[in-house]
Design a protein around this ligand. Structure first.
Ligand SMILES: [Zn+2]
Ligand SMILES: [Zn+2]
Length: 339
């Protein structure tokens, strides 16, 4: 599958990604493990060694190399703490027991600081860096007020995989960090657990992930063997990555094929009336829509007798949660919960 961002080979099927995990960030006997104080600038005379013969290098040395480029380009002054210049995101992201040793193209840098020239230089000169994203203040996506926000990919590619454990095995969830919000995997994912428990408790036959983001909860529901799964999001990039993630995890689901009903890489940023984008067909039936969640019950009758997860934006406010549940019920939706 071609990467929709860079056209390269960034995407692999879930089985291939999972097979790399035991070794991908593990040092060889010759790897040099250094640890620098992230609260201070790196030592002035410190020259990070090149990658080991196995191709890996410790995170602190990679970040120090980036730090020195930031300073040479005048983005920073050299007095900033090492840990302050960027948020490092490793690819693939999963729960690790030891600090990662980074192979080629396995790190994304998220930072408000860099300009185009600096970002391009980092991707060219630092082999471990896959992409540089300039962050804005807003969380990427459609905010509660309906405003569209994104970060900016300055250089390289910003597609990253996260591994989410479920009771039925690991899910691989790809996303584009400039257009979807960042997530860090935890040993136990409370939302995945909440979905699995609700499906068991309600003996759900139809599960709707009404604000699906990159598709994690709907795909976790699909892994339980629930016969009918509907994933939906109003935000185009979310639907794009949900479609990719359905294809990536296809072998672990009870489907034989994924049928595309639209050019999923070319969806509008937002859409109101639910629009069918893709379908997984087999012993399970998995559909992906782009649209407003409160229009689903009018478009898809199944939604009214489904179990629905409403994983809404900004749900730390209980008011917003109650409002979303009300909207769902008033629209004629079935049983729903906030995971
Ligand atoms: Zn790519
Ligand atoms: Zn090594």
């Amino acid at each position: 599958m071609q990467c929709p961002v860079c056209g390269g080979d960034c995407l692999q099927d879930a089985g291939s990604v999972l097979a790399t995990l035991p070794e991908v960030f593990t040092p060889c006997d010759r790897c040099m493990i250094v640890s620098l104080d992230k609260r201070r600038p790196p030592p002035a005379d410190y020259a990070p060694p090149p990658p080991c013969t196995c191709g890996r290098r410790v995170l602190d040395d990679v970040i120090t190399t980036c730090y020195q480029i930031f300073t040479e380009e005048g983005i920073t002054t050299g007095t900033e703490p090492l840990g302050a210049i960027a948020t490092p995101v490793i690819n693939p992201g999963f729960v690790m027991k030891a600090p990662p040793l980074l192979p080629t193209r396995s790190l994304l840098l998220l930072s408000p600081l860099p300009d185009q020239t600096t970002a391009e230089r980092i991707v060219r000169e630092v082999p471990e860096v896959q992409g540089v994203v300039q962050t804005s203040r807003a969380v990427p996506g459609i905010g509660p007020d309906g405003a569209l926000a994104t970060h900016t990919l300055l250089a390289g590619c910003d597609v990253q995989a996260n591994i989410f454990p479920t009771s039925s095995g690991d899910l691989v969830v790809y996303k584009e960090l400039s257009r979807l919000h960042l997530e860090f995997p935890h040993p136990v994912n409370p939302k995945v657990r909440a979905v699995e428990r609700a499906i068991r408790r309600e003996r759900a036959e139809i599960f709707v992930d009404a604000c699906c983001g990159a598709g994690t909860l709907g795909l976790a529901a699909a892994r339980t063997g629930t016969p009918e799964i509907i994933l939906n999001d109003t935000y185009g990039p979310a639907v794009l990555w949900t479609t990719v993630n359905l294809m990536v995890n296809q072998d672990a689901l009870l489907i034989d094929e994924v049928v595309l009903h639209a050019a999923y890489t070319d969806l509008p940023p937002a859409r109101n009336d639910p629009f069918l984008v893709a379908e997984g067909l087999g012993d399970q039936h998995i559909t992906i829509y782009q649209g407003n969640f409160d229009r689903l019950p009018a478009t898809i009758p199944e939604a009214s007798w489904s179990l629905t997860a409403l994983d809404i934006f900004g749900k730390d406010q209980s008011q917003a949660c109650t409002a979303a549940l009300d909207r769902w019920i008033q629209a004629g939706g079935g049983k729903a919960f906030i995971p």
